[in-house]
Ligand binder design. Structure first.
Ligand code: PMP
Length: 396
């Protein structure tokens, strides 16, 4: 018998990311009777499956030799041109060459982390912030610190103080319909944040997967469009919430040197994003009216948000508060002090309703009374039933 030695251990960075108790409880919500406000999923019945199928058919019929072949890391020129035209149309002058197509905007986060961060570097994030961004920065070995926030986003005075004290390399923001809070930074607050980045030398990562899901009011300007920080802002976008997340298509708009570094990082990660998926998306944008499709999605989500907002006041315990998002997919809730949303999740699941506790979204100490509700995947009638169950589970 050969003696067998153990294999070397997993890298410390993976060992640090342990199993999550919340994930285990949420695994119990796959039952059809559960009304789940937990997932961050777009409504599947609104996917334009026929339109996408036609686009795939067309690129496969017309250019099989191209769309089934390896391609360039930067991405399909037609897709980059189409995205660039949409950005330019909304006031952010963008040549197609300034864009890198990514495998979802999640990959863009990983590429930016690889291109910018040394282990031990400091990253500032909103408190709370998008969970998987915290993970990406954590995997890069960064020290992730929360910036205090109010209803308008990061507090500029607290931000300036942290920047001076902690010398961070970048600030990660989801300024519009943030995940998890649904909150949007007004233009004046964006200006104040830009000023801090300009004065102290700081990269800004502006992650905007939800901006096109606005139900009311006027769009706020992108930080990337502020001339003071144009040379230090990376804008991330995604087709996940406007078309379908299964496409895994996103993009990154960055100053040239950083974009080139991201291209090299992407070569090592996956050579390039799926050729056929990029070609089909470009075809879709040329043959279909994405804005008309988005109008349908927005109308449905708005109705669902309204159903959630209408049901919460009578269902949630007295003393609860919640955000009123003007778009996106999420609403953020704070239960009366002393309640623990992580502990209450088990009771919710027993009542056939689910949410995500707020705790994992905090880079620092968590507010245990918070939770995130997604309003996208159920009809208004189901939402009303779900909120009623939630009220019973949380003890009224
Ligand atoms: N950023 C934010 C803020 C998100 O909420 C998400 C998805 N939930 C992503 C990035 C990643 O999206 P995708 O990779 O599908 O583009």
């Amino acid at each position: 018998m050969t003696r067998r030695a153990d294999t070397p251990a997993l890298a410390a960075r993976v060992a640090r990311v342990g199993a999550s108790p919340v994930r285990e409880i949420l695994a119990l919500t796959a039952r059809p009777e559960v009304i789940s406000f937990a997932g961050g999923l777009p409504a599947p019945e609104l996917f334009d499956a026929a339109g996408l199928r036609a686009s795939y058919d067309r690129v496969l019929a017309e250019r099989p030799e191209r769309v089934l072949q390896y391609s360039t890391t930067e991405g399909d020129p037609d897709l980059r041109a189409a995205v660039a035209a949409r950005l330019t149309g909304r006031g952010l002058l963008t040549p197609g060459e300034d864009l890198l197509v990514t495998t979802g905007s999640q990959q863009a986060l990983a590429l930016v982390a690889t291109a910018l961060l040394e282990p031990g570097d400091t990253v500032l994030v909103e408190d709370p912030s998008y969970l998987a961004a915290l993970q990406s920065f954590g995997f890069a070995g960064a020290r992730v610190l929360p910036v205090p926030t109010d209803a308008s986003g990061v507090d500029p005075a607290a931000l300036a103080e942290l920047v001076v004290r902690e010398r961070p390399k970048l600030l990660y923001l989801v300024p519009t319909f943030q995940n998890p809070t649904g909150r949007t930074m007004p233009a004046a607050r964006r200006r104040e944040v830009a000023e801090v980045a300009e004065r102290h030398g700081l990269w800004l990562v502006e992650d905007d997967p939800y901006g096109e899901l606005r139900f009311e009011g006027e769009p706020e300007p992108w930080l990337a469009a502020d001339p003071a920080v144009a040379d230090r802002t990376v804008l991330l976008g995604s087709f996940s919430k406007v078309l379908a997340p299964g496409l895994r298509l996103g993009w990154l708009r960055a100053p040239a040197a950083l974009r080139r570094a991201c291209v090299i990082a992407k070569q090592a990660a996956d050579l390039h994003t799926s050729t056929i998926d990029q070609a089909a998306a470009a075809r879709y944008l040329a043959d279909h009216d994405l804005d008309a499709h988005l109008a349908t999605v927005r109308a449905a989500y708005r109705e669902r948000r309204d159903a959630l907002l209408a049901a919460l006041p009578t269902a949630l315990p007295a003393g609860s508060s919640w955000s009123r998002p003007a778009g996106g997919m999420f609403l953020w809730c704070r239960l009366p002090a002393g309640r623990n949303a992580t502990e209450l999740l088990r009771s919710a699941v027993a009542h056939d309703v689910a949410y995500v506790p707020g705790a994992p979204f905090y880079a620092g100490p968590a507010d245990q009374a918070t939770l995130r509700l997604s309003f996208t995947t159920h009809t208004p009638a189901e939402i009303a039933i779900g909120v009623d169950r939630l009220g019973k589970a949380l003890g009224g």
